[in-house]
Design a protein around this ligand. Structure first.
Ligand SMILES: [Fe+2]
Length: 426
């Protein structure tokens, strides 16, 4: 925007453009780090370390961080310095806006996973299609060979769980780096001095959430700002969206606070061949969770980053097709009229959300006192949703590290999971 204005009542007339003035105002306003969407229920989160947040941090998390040598003296969590956070959409979209190298670790793994399974006490499949728990292994001790095999297991089973883990945030980050470029969020709260270790703490500054409204996002898109209680996948607006995603919960309610994952390999297999054929090769528009201002229309409020990706993707390790949509962040199907797009997308979301046979629900407890539980999933081939039944009355706190994956692609010759495994298609 090249327009300049003169500030009324200012001692000196300003020669700054309107957008520069807005940028300055927002960057100096330290009370809140975010430009909120209208529907967001988050309270203001200050830039820098939060001393109030530190007071509310559960004891088990404090112990984990102290054992790991994390400096909590400036408060917790840490939110990026306002000066470094983009105000305008055109800057935000430039973050990771071109291709970077990605090595699919699962592609190098022994299909039998002998190093991983041989070292485990037990390997328990939790359902037919999705979810495996590994018992008797510490994630912090895995060899590279075991990490490759675990990556393969995740791409096949969608999500893999490990209880009783002694895992520092530094080790979690190291593991994430092995599986891909770790996403560093422009805005999200993180562990002090550990960019890439995002804080997942549903109680932190989330006001106005109630027993009644915490699920509204599953019925109406305008409530998706109510957060991760709505079905979603993480970071789908990225140029190279999230691959392996690792949430380690160090503080877990005694009862409840589960997470549910749904397989989008299996969701694709639920569609009729005619609908599969219609969707194959189409693209959708994906939006970010956080908002930024349009430089040319700053007073219209925050807008999200948007990117186009194939709506059916091919997984680079398994070669299987999967449906790549989620209720929170898939906005429209390219080439369709808005009502057509809404109708079809809502059906696809329902397939993912309503079929219990392609889902796993996981309770993060039990875990030994002083230890935490990890869930590691392939964000490409799943949607997830948390269960807020503890209503914020008990602490639930963890750290997430996300490894970004390949530029999404669709190979028309690829097969669905059931086709590739020779299972009945009826
Ligand atoms: Fe999530």
């Amino acid at each position: 925007m090249s327009q300049t204005i003169t500030l009324q009542n200012a001692s000196k007339p300003s020669t700054l453009s309107v957008d520069e003035q807005i940028e300055n105002i927002i960057k100096k306003q330290l009370k809140t780090a975010y430009i909120h969407n209208k529907s967001a229920v988050s309270k203001d989160v200050p830039s820098g370390g939060d001393l109030e947040g530190l007071k509310a941090l559960p004891e088990s998390a404090i112990k984990r961080f102290k054992d790991a040598g994390i400096d909590l003296s400036r408060g917790y969590p840490q939110v990026p310095d306002k000066e470094k956070v983009p105000v305008f959409l055109d800057e935000a979209i430039q973050i990771r806006n071109k291709e970077f190298p990605y090595i699919e670790r699962a592609a190098n793994a022994d299909p039998e996973k002998k190093a991983l399974f041989g070292a485990a006490e037990k390997v328990i499949n939790l359902t037919q299609k999705i979810g495996t728990e590994i018992v008797g292994l510490q994630l912090s001790d895995l060899t590279d060979q075991q990490k490759d095999e675990l990556a393969l297991l995740i791409t096949e089973r969608v999500v893999v769980f490990f209880r009783d883990q002694k895992l520092s945030p530094q080790k979690q980050l190291e593991l994430g780096h092995y599986w891909g470029q770790v996403e560093v969020h422009a805005q999200a709260a993180r562990v002090p001095d550990l960019d890439g270790v995002t804080v997942i703490w549903p109680n932190y500054k989330s006001g106005h959430l109630t027993f009644k409204n915490n699920n509204f996002g599953n019925f109406d898109r305008k409530f998706t700002g109510y957060g991760n209680r709505t079905w979603h996948a993480d970071l789908v607006h990225e140029f190279q969206p999230a691959g392996i995603t690792h949430l380690h919960n160090d503080s877990i309610p005694d009862l409840g606070g589960d997470t549910i994952w749904s397989s989008t390999y299996a969701a694709y297999d639920k569609l009729s061949p005619a609908l599969q054929e219609f969707l194959d090769g189409k693209e959708a528009v994906f939006v970010s969770a956080h908002g930024y201002l349009d430089r040319n229309d700053p007073f219209s409020g925050p807008k999200n980053i948007e990117r186009r990706h194939p709506i059916v993707r091919t997984h680079p390790a398994t070669g299987w097709k999967f449906l790549f949509v989620n209720r929170s962040m898939t906005k429209s199907i390219v080439g369709l009229e808005p009502p057509e797009s809404d109708l079809i997308l809502n059906y696809l979301f329902s397939v993912i959300e309503k079929n219990a046979d392609i889902q796993v629900r996981f309770n993060w407890k039990p875990t030994k006192p002083g230890y935490g539980t990890s869930a590691i999933w392939d964000n490409r081939i799943s949607n997830h949703s948390t269960v807020w039944d503890y209503e914020g009355l008990e602490p639930r706190h963890g750290t997430r590290v996300t490894s970004l994956a390949e530029v999404p692609f669709f190979d028309p010759k690829s097969k669905s999971q059931r086709e590739a495994l020779g299972l009945s298609l009826n």
